[in-house]
Design a protein around this ligand. Structure first.
Ligand SMILES: O=C(O)CCC(=O)C(=O)O
Ligand SMILES: [Fe+2]
Length: 282
């Protein structure tokens, strides 16, 4: 893999920063100077002052519940895109557990389909309460498509004539796992291997968006924390692992409190912590 970090020019991408894992050895972090370009992933306040009626309605609905919500602001207008349920109520965040009863150190909800950590299976309904996961908002799908397209453009610059799609295949996500990590949150080294045989065999990428506090993200070719490499994922980072990297072991070992970008914390009601969305195709 001849890609060198220094050779990668700065490109105006919609997402503030893009990290691509093409092979287990290669990480390309890019920082862009203009975080407010259209398409940036920015959380806007669920209790938006402009929309008092909605605000009061949401407030009534969320009384006593987890106050996380997932929204995308496309930067070009004031339109807010809410996930159905906004992470609250039916299909919203819960603390999942493994088969042995141990709890994951995060809150989770799914979009599109449910993924169950106890059975390691995808399904149309959530096993714990029968809730149907909200659909993946079309705006999220557009962001994923753009992230893959931008990655292809980047790869094309150094792939010596190899079709970038051979290195990083296209995928259309039908599943999004949304994790929320509070300051003690973490996720052990694992592989994402519950997608279909075809999806795994073809290396269809996992596309991950990080929002909020920064996190230490570990990855490697075995389940061994000491042998794993570490990168810092900051708010706005997009991490893609597909092709020959699809089966990497990866996990989150630490959340860095109070590292959320000022703009984000000022303009949103995002709880202190980190929101991560991983898109996959089953
Ligand atoms: O939070 C992250 O960055 C990773 C999440 C993850 O690996 C997963 O949900 O499978
Ligand atoms: Fe994962």
């Amino acid at each position: 893999m001849g890609l060198q970090q220094a050779q990668i020019p700065k490109v105006q991408l919609a997402l503030k920063r893009l990290t691509i894992l093409i092979s287990q050895q290669l990480v390309i972090p890019l920082t862009f100077s203009c975080p407010k370009t259209p398409g940036s992933v920015i959380l806007k306040p669920p209790l938006l002052a402009k929309n008092r009626e909605k605000r009061n309605e949401i407030r009534r609905n969320i009384e006593g519940q987890t106050r996380n919500c997932i929204e995308v602001w496309d930067g070009s207008d004031e339109k807010l895109h809410f996930c159905e349920g906004s992470g609250l109520g039916s299909g919203g965040f819960y603390q999942p557990g493994y088969r042995d009863g141990a709890k994951l150190h995060l809150k989770m909800m799914c979009l599109g389909k449910n993924w169950d950590p106890q059975t390691s299976e995808y399904g149309d309904y959530r096993l714990i309460d029968g809730a149907k996961p909200p659909m993946i908002p079309p705006e999220f799908l557009q962001l994923v498509e753009k992230a893959i397209r931008d990655s292809h453009d980047l790869l094309a610059q150094d792939s010596k004539g190899i079709n970038p799609e051979k290195i990083l295949p296209w995928m259309s996500p039908n599943i999004c796992l949304v994790n929320f990590y509070s300051e003690n949150g973490r996720l052990g080294l694992h592989q994402d291997k519950d997608e279909s045989e075809v999806s795994l065999r073809e290396g269809l990428p996992v596309v991950s968006f990080s929002i909020g506090d920064s996190a230490d993200f570990l990855y490697g070719d075995q389940r061994d924390v000491d042998k794993a490499d570490k990168i810092l994922l900051e708010s706005g980072d997009v991490l893609i692992f597909g092709g020959s990297s699809r089966h990497i072991f990866h996990g989150v070992t630490a959340i860095h409190p109070n590292t959320v970008p000022k703009l984000l914390s000022e303009e949103t009601n995002l709880r202190p912590g980190r929101l991560n969305l991983t898109f996959r195709q089953s």
